[in-house]
Write a protein that binds this ligand. Sequence first.
Ligand code: PMP
Length: 407
Amino acid sequence: MSLDADLRARAAKVIPGGMYGHLNAALHGDTYPQFFVRGEGARQWDADGREYVDLMCSWGPMIVGHRNPRVEEAAARLQARGDCLNGPGPIMVELAELLVDLIPAADWAMFSKNGTDATTQALMVARAATGRTKVLIAHGAYHGADPWCTPGLSGVTPNQRADTAEFTYNDLQDAERAAAEAGDDVAAILVTPFKHDSFEDQALAEADFARGVRALADRLGAALVIDEVRAGFRLDLRGTWEPFGVRPDLSAWSKAIGNGHAIAAVTGGDALKNAAQTLYSTGSFWFSSAAMGAAKATIEILRESDGPALIERAGARLRTGLYEQAKSHGFTINQTGPVQIPWLSFDGDATLERGVFWAAACLAEGVYVHPWHNWFLSTAHTDAEIDRALEGTDAAFAATARRFSGV
Ligand code: PMP
C-alpha cells in the first residue's frame, strides 16, 4: 500500500471525511495524492516521494518559492525569540508601515491569519462605519468559509445569509439593480479583482466595471472592498485595480502575503480608520511575529525584484507553450485569467471530461495542475521550471489525444 493510501485509511477513522473541505483529494477519485511532505523552490513532493513541478503554489500562498531562504530566515529569527508573546512584536509596526508605503489606498493595516478573517473583518469595518447591514457580492465569487459567504450551506442559517445580495460580475447594470433592491442599506460592495470562479473560464475585470462599482459605492455612501486574497501581489504590488485608477476603501489580503506563513491583512484609507478601531478584532495567534517577519521579507523580495513582472514572464511562457502544444495535438483550448493566475479548459468540454483527464495525465508526468480551480505561478518558476512543466504537459496532451481520439 502506498503511504498516501495508508494515511487516507487512518485519516478516515479520525478526521471527518478523511479530509474535509475542497482540499479533499477524494474529489479527484484516486488520481490525486492527498498528503505532501516537502516543498522547495517550484517543486513539491507527495507523501510517497513523487516530485512535481508545482503550478498550484499551495493554492496561492507560495509566491517567491517554497522554503525561500530569505523568508525562512526572517521567520526563524523571530520564531527563535518566542513567536507568540503577551503582545505583538515591533515587526507588526514595521509590516504595517511597509504595506502603507506600498499600497496607495492604504493608510493603515490590521492583521489576522486567513483570507476569511480579512474579508469578514473588512465587511465589519464597512458596517461599523456606515451603520448599515447589506453587502453586495458577485454571484459565484468566493470570499471565504464564514457563514455570510461560504458556498456550502451546511451549518448555515438563512439569517446568516440574509444580508448578502448578489450581482453578475462585469455587469454594472446588474450591480445597480442589486443596489437598488438593497435600498439605503448597503454597507459594502465586495469584489475580487477579476472573476476567478472554479469550474469555469476566468474573466478579467473590465475597466468600466471597475470604475463603475467605485462610482456606485460612492453614490451609495458604501465602502468599496477589494478582495485581493487570491490575486494580491501577483499582478500589481500596489493593488490589482491600480492600473485602472480604481482605489478601494478597504482591501483584504492573505495567501501570498507571507509566502506560506499564516497571515492576512486588511488595509484601508484614513476615512475608515476610526471605524476599524471600534471592532472587537483579535485571535490567539493573530499577533505572532514569525509570520509577520515572513510577510515583510516576502514583500521586500517582490518589490526589489519586481516580482509581478517575473511571474508574468513565467506565465506568458507557459501560456504560449500550452497553446502550441494543444494545437499540435489537435485541441482547441481556452486559456483564461491573467497569465500569473492561469486556467485552461478544452473547447466544447462542458463536463470537464477532457480537462480532468488531462490534469491527471499532467500529474502522472510530474506536473501539478488543477482541473477546475485556477493555478498560480511564482518567481521560482524560472524558464527552466516552465520548460520542465511543458515537457509534462505535452505528454499529457498526447495521452488526452489518444484517449479522446477523433477530436
Ligand atoms: N477570498 C478569496 C478571493 C479567496 O480566493 C480565498 C481563498 N481561496 C478566500 C477569500 C478565503 O481565504 P482563506 O481560505 O485563507 O480563509
